[in-house]
Design a protein around this ligand. Structure first.
Ligand code: 5GP
Length: 203
């Protein structure tokens, strides 16, 4: 008998290293009790991204149909592209007692929190704005115009960090990954998430 899994939301502006952090987390702390939602997006794949692993790349028309059919847990527009979290994958895993990580931006994160108040919200911060811009430029996967747009969006997103439950500063990937793992571990250990084992053992 297991309790439901926890819903973990990871947000932070482009360039804070969410992708790197999650890749490191999977490598070091990955287990069968945690899965990662793969979003749908209408944006084009970046070099190195793998379809259906990085994202499900779909057209605007496909996105709109799925949206109208209630297929998304949440969705949002970001820098002129649409992004959405497939609902069934998330709910099926939570039901099986598996924790689900969503790597999503702040508008979608707040929508999820409204529907699932128990969701744990983690915000990844860059060590500074200068460092964030350096990382965006260093990534060299987008034009300067897109980088500027993402930097402006980043500054807006950073204002929402205080609404999150936890903040992790990504100044060292090992430290940030460990801190993210600590948040998930603490959530798993909460008594409210262990009602079944408590009722079995503490009769
Ligand atoms: P990128 O284009 O850099 O991969 O993602 C842009 C932003 O969209 C990032 O902040 C990322 O976390 C967010 N994002 C990715 N998938 C989703 C999703 O399904 N829903 C929402 N709301 N945001 C998403």
């Amino acid at each position: 008998m297991i309790d439901k899994g926890s819903l973990i939301i990871l947000s932070g502006p482009s360039g804070t290293g969410k992708g790197t952090l999650l890749a490191e987390f999977k490598k070091v702390y990955g287990s069968e009790s945690i899965v990662y939602s793969v979003s749908d997006t209408t944006r084009a794949p970046r070099p190195g991204e793998i379809p259906d692993v990085s994202y499900h790349y779909i057209t605007n028309e496909e996105f709109n149909i799925k949206k109208e059919n209630g297929g998304y847990l949440e969705y949002a527009s970001f820098c002129e592209n649409q992004y959405g979290t497939p609902k069934k994958f998330v709910l099926d895993n939570l039901e099986k007692g598996i924790d689900v990580v969503l790597e999503i931006e702040t508008v979608g994160a707040r929508k999820v929190k409204e529907s699932y108040p128990d969701a744990v919200m983690v915000f990844i911060l860059p060590p500074s704005l200068d460092e964030l811009k350096r990382r965006l430029i260093g990534r060299a996967t987008e034009s300067m115009e897109i980088i500027e747009k993402r930097f402006e969006a980043a500054k807006e997103e950073l204002k929402l960090a205080p609404l999150y439950d936890y903040v992790v500063v990504n100044d060292s990937i090992e430290k940030a990954t460990y801190e993210f793992y600590s948040v998930i571990t603490a959530e798993r250990l909460k008594t409210k998430n262990n009602k079944k084992i408590i009722s079995e053992v503490c009769k």
